[in-house]
Ligand binder design. Structure first.
Ligand code: PHE
Length: 455
């Protein structure tokens, strides 16, 4: 407990890298291209940028201000505001922890693909390989009793890596790892994008990003999709920014930091999507498969379509393939440690357990839950977890935080905290956004999520 109190970033760079690392994740690499493509292409950038400013940066600022002002974990913050609010914090942390358990599993799948990519060991039919050797999906829940050994091992490895980082001192663990992995990740992505632009057919892909469908702007779904992407991509509502900001030393420029983090995260996903689209354009040009059939979301894109592309590529794929999957690994690990930090911080502060012990217990329990995803029923359960936790629980967390900090807490104190040292300042517009606009937008997104899951 005393140890968690002493924690402070040793540089603003460590904080920024950890923050950007927490935001840049699987969502940036494989979720964004699909969301962009299916919601108007180039014109999607308008609702996206509006959401980034109006909602993304605004909400990150709430978490920054609260974390920085209280210098406590979310559980203690909620308790300090009103003791009856503490369960809200534990609900949010439970959601974050459960999301981590399946996020680790997907990073584990990626780990398997790094190894496979050196020899294109997925064979001539990556689709079949993925379902037979990774998902191993059975139709019924009886699949719970069939272990998929390669997934189990890789899930263990990712939890082990996360534990090794989290159990260390803040600067030695998260700080150092983020400052190594993030620049490496950016370097690899720049290399991949530069190479992808030289591929024949690349323009079939990247022009999609710059070809607008203006009618899409009149569609409410497009606006909600932009907003949803910002929530997911900036990891809003998960107490990550709050936790990291609570470790900032006095005098930190909060607003300036938030703007840089948000722009870096969005810059990363837009830039990365140029590479993804160009590679898919190459596939369309060489194989004749229509472009729209290739832009699938998430795991389908990374573990089926990309291996198919690498199969058509010749020997350059033996370099490009591993680099692509290593990118996903780096982006995934920096997000996993961020998800876990808030959970560990709250537990160690509440129960007075030292950092190392908390990290060990959390990682062991997390690993045991993740084992469910390494069974024959794993992918089915993962789909259910993903749908409910992301569509409902996460949005509920953002909504609750908006209402608590906007309406129950003395909001003007937060404005003062933010404006103290920053060049950029916040004021009335921010207050209106948090109190009214953001809750309305989240409620809209939530209702849409309920509707599409039920129907
Ligand atoms: N923002 C990160 C990503 O895009 C981390 C994240 C993890 C977001 C889990 C939501 C859920 O992957």
């Amino acid at each position: 407990m005393t140890e968690t109190k002493k924690q402070e970033w040793n540089s603003n760079l460590a904080f920024m890298m950890a923050m950007i690392g927490s935001a840049v994740g699987l969502g940036n690499i494989w979720r964004f291209p699909n969301v962009l493509y299916s919601h108007g292409g180039g014109s999607f950038m308008i609702p996206y940028i509006v959401s980034l400013f109006l909602l993304g940066i605004s909400f990150v600022l709430v978490e920054y201000a609260v974390g920085f002002k209280f210098k406590k974990s979310i559980a203690r913050v909620m308790y300090s505001i009103k003791d009856k609010l503490e369960p809200v914090a534990w609900f949010i942390l439970l959601v974050v922890f459960l999301i981590t358990t399946y996020y680790v599993c997907v990073v584990g799948w990626d780990f398997i693909y790094i190894i496979l990519s050196f020899t294109k060991a997925w064979g001539a039919n990556p689709d079949l390989y993925f379902s037979n050797n990774v998902l191993h999906a059975t139709d019924s829940m009886s699949g719970l009793f069939t272990i998929v050994p390669n997934v189990l091992i890789s899930v263990f490895i990712i939890w082990f890596i996360a534990w090794m980082i989290i159990k260390r001192d803040l600067n030695d663990g998260i700080g150092k790892v983020s400052q190594i992995l993030l620049p490496l990740l950016c370097l690899i992505v720049v290399g991949i994008v530069a190479f992808s632009l030289t591929l024949p057919g690349a323009s079939i892909g990247y022009t999609q990003i710059f070809t607008p469908d203006w009618s899409a702007l009149l569609n409410l779904d497009v606006w909600l999709a932009a907003f949803g992407q910002i929530v997911f991509s900036l990891s809003l509502g998960m107490a990550i920014a709050m936790t990291y900001a609570s470790y900032l030393p006095e005098g930190s420029k909060l607003v300036d930091n938030a703007v840089i983090v948000a722009f870096s995260n969005s810059g990363f996903e837009v830039f990365n999507s140029i590479g993804i689209f160009s590679i898919l354009g190459f596939m369309t040009a060489t194989s004749g498969i229509p472009f729209n059939e290739l832009v699938t979301e998430g795991t389908g894109l990374a573990f089926v379509v990309f291996p198919q592309v690498f199969n058509t590529m010749g020997s350059v794929a033996y370099i490009l393939g591993p680099l692509f999957f290593i990118c996903i690994l780096f982006a995934g690990i920096t997000s996993v440690i961020a998800l876990l930090e808030g959970v560990c911080y709250s537990i160690s502060e509440k129960f007075l357990i030292e950092r190392k012990k908390t990290a060990t217990v959390v990682c062991i329990v997390g690993f045991l839950i993740s084992c469910i995803f390494a069974t024959g029923a794993g992918s089915t359960i993962l789909g259910i977890f993903d749908a409910y936790l992301n569509n409902f629980a996460l949005l509920l967390a953002v909504l609750l935080e908006c209402l608590i900090f906007g309406w129950i807490y003395k909001f003007d104190d937060l404005i003062e905290t933010l404006n103290n040292n920053s060049k950029l300042q916040v004021g009335k517009t921010w207050k209106v956004t948090i109190k009214y606009i953001l809750p309305i937008c989240i409620a809209g997104l939530w209702i849409q999520g309920v509707y599409s899951t039920v129907s």
